[in-house]
Design a protein around this ligand. Structure first.
Ligand code: SF4
Ligand code: SF4
Length: 179
């Protein structure tokens, strides 16, 4: 299968630089407000800050996929002497917590990398993180080209144009015939 280049967008999080200012939450929720910038409720943000100021824990987390089942295990992580729960790092909108749920409807929220209309040149949370705890990177990866159903249709159409419907049908029948 043919390989194509795909642009991968990455937001790098440097915990040591995050001071818990929550500007990222404000910016994201304002961008996604309807109408845009009409309100700034962090509960509607697609990035949330796990914070415990007494323990100097500030952990920005991006909203990922919705999951209807919660995990059964609970692990703890200790990094640089600071303790985190497994759920702290989790990006899922899941039944066991209120994080990443639209407060009025309860619908799951997911970070769209600010690709909404019009797309931002750089994610807004990154632009507003004045401490550079969030930095934006783009890289290219080689992936296998996805065959879209419409491409298959166009391919079949052009074969029919070239060889005629009967010949294409006979060939497909021969290929799919059981031995
Ligand atoms: S804007 Fe930056 S420093 Fe402030 S809470 Fe968000 S990630 Fe942390
Ligand atoms: S990248 Fe955009 S959508 Fe995602 S959390 Fe940041 S501001 Fe929100």
């Amino acid at each position: 299968m043919a390989k194509i280049k795909k642009k991968v967008k990455v937001i790098k999080i440097d915990l040591a630089k995050c001071n818990g200012c929550r500007a990222c939450e404000v910016a994201c929720s304002a961008l996604h407000a309807k109408p845009k910038y009409s309100s700034n409720n962090p509960a509607r943000s697609r990035i949330r800050l796990i914070r415990d100021p007494l323990k100097d824990v500030y952990l920005p987390v991006y909203a990922g996929e919705y999951t209807k089942a919660e995990c059964t295990g609970r692990d703890k992580y200790v990094i640089d002497g600071k303790e985190y729960n497994e759920c702290d790092f989790c990006r899922a909108s899941c039944p066991s917590r209120d994080l990443f749920k639209e407060p009025d409807s309860g619908l799951p929220l997911k970070c769209d990398m600010c690709e909404d209309d019009p797309p931002q040149e750089k994610p807004l949370c990154v632009q507003w993180c004045l401490n550079d705890a969030l930095t934006y990177e783009e890289r290219e990866e080689e992936v296998e080209e996805e065959v879209k159903p419409e491409d298959v249709e166009i391919g079949v159409e052009s074969m029919v144009d070239k060889y005629g419907l009967q010949k294409v049908m006979d060939t497909v029948a021969r290929m799919t015939k059981k031995e």
